[in-house]
Design a protein around this ligand. Sequence first.
Ligand code: B12
Ligand code: SF4
Ligand code: SF4
Length: 360
Amino acid sequence: MAHEPMAVTSNPSIDEEVRKILSEIGLARWGVAPVGRPSHYHDYVEWIEQGHHGEMEYLKRHLPLKEDPRRLLPTARCVIVALAPYEPPHPHHEERWEEVAISLYAQGQDYHVWLRELLSKATARLSSLFPKEDFRIEIDSGPLMERDLAVQANLGWIGKNSCLLTPQGSLFFIGSILTSLNLQPSEPSPKPHCGTCTACLEVCPTGAFIKPYTMDARRCISYLTIESKSAPDLELIKNWPVTFFGCDLCQQVCPWNRKKFPPHGSTVSQPKLISLLRLILTGSNRQILRSLRTWGLPEDSIDLGEKGISPLARAGAQGLKRNAILLVGRLQLKELKGEIESLVHHPRWGELALETLKML
Ligand code: B12
Ligand code: SF4
Ligand code: SF4
């Protein structure tokens, strides 16, 4: 069941307007968090100090802004935090690479675009109703501790896999609107519901969890195949699962996500997989991005400009090339040995290509 906002305001009609607008726009699950120092800010500082963010330098730069979101919007009195589910809304009608894991979140249109659009619709309507008030949208790479805010907005709790969990699982994105509106913050969520379960900590193939609730991103496959610009530590490759982009394992095993990972559509034939990988291994940056920027999207979204861009594009052409090398090694695709050989002098992926050859 969707969480209804718990907010009570000094002026209930404002709260009612916000509720009406968000639900009309399709954002049924939201809550209100206070501005000010997030409750786990000190964990964040420690995480950065220990270098667990790897190459994601922006996370370090965001420290002061995350400490107090009023540094982003000085008039802010609270944050409206919304959850947007990402179970694919339509069956994956495109052929997919059967054995090739692409994180569920990346199997549709880029949420940075569609969720921002939803939040923009909300702020446009709120601005016209409350023209003197300020609004500022932040999603993902913006400088807010989104999970912390979501907990404070009574939307869920943090699981040992560090994801925000709700009774409906963890497969949703978080989007936030900082605002000067005077909404009463929601009551904090109940304590975490993991109990004695440790399934996520045990399943992680690269041992990314340092302790419950905390990961070293430098060991996380999601980081290594999407955010990082480098080749993964060769020692990690030994346990590499079959994956091309991102990783869902620590969410997949979570009892709260039971039945959320259904098998999808038809499968890509081995020859087709080989030819796609060949293109990525040998293609120019432009050719790679052209072939993958809309990969997996429904036909009717291809010509939608920004909206028609697949989340795969975030890894960049070179990141996708690295991921293809890793996959060839993992699946031992001897048919692509020649293409891997031609990469052994590659300035970025040469060593990885050499290591991959040993697996073929
Ligand atoms: C950097 C980042 C990553 C990094 C690091 C992930 C991580 N766990 O820190 C990488 C690239 C690995 C990553 C992966 C993924 N990400 Co990401 N990521 C982010 C980003 C931009 C910042 C997160 C961050 O600052 N991490 C550093 C840690 C220290 O900060 P934190 O997670 O906010 O802090 C929590 C801990 O400190 C925790 N904590 C620490 N100690 C303790 C102790 C106790 C007892 C408790 C209760 C809590 C606790 O409390 C904080 C929250 O309250 C956020 C967006 C944002 N602005 O917040 C998205 C975000 C967290 N990612 C998201 C998603 C969807 C993913 C993936 C599922 C994508 C995928 N399938 O590949 C995976 C999930 C992997 C996982 N198990 O976390 C969603 C998560 C939604 C959700 N349900 O939680 C977010 C919120 C983006 C969004 N707008 O929707 N991500
Ligand atoms: S997303 Fe995968 S690699 Fe990252 S922590 Fe979870 S199980 Fe480990
Ligand atoms: S798998 Fe278990 S320990 Fe991990 S987040 Fe889910 S309930 Fe918590």
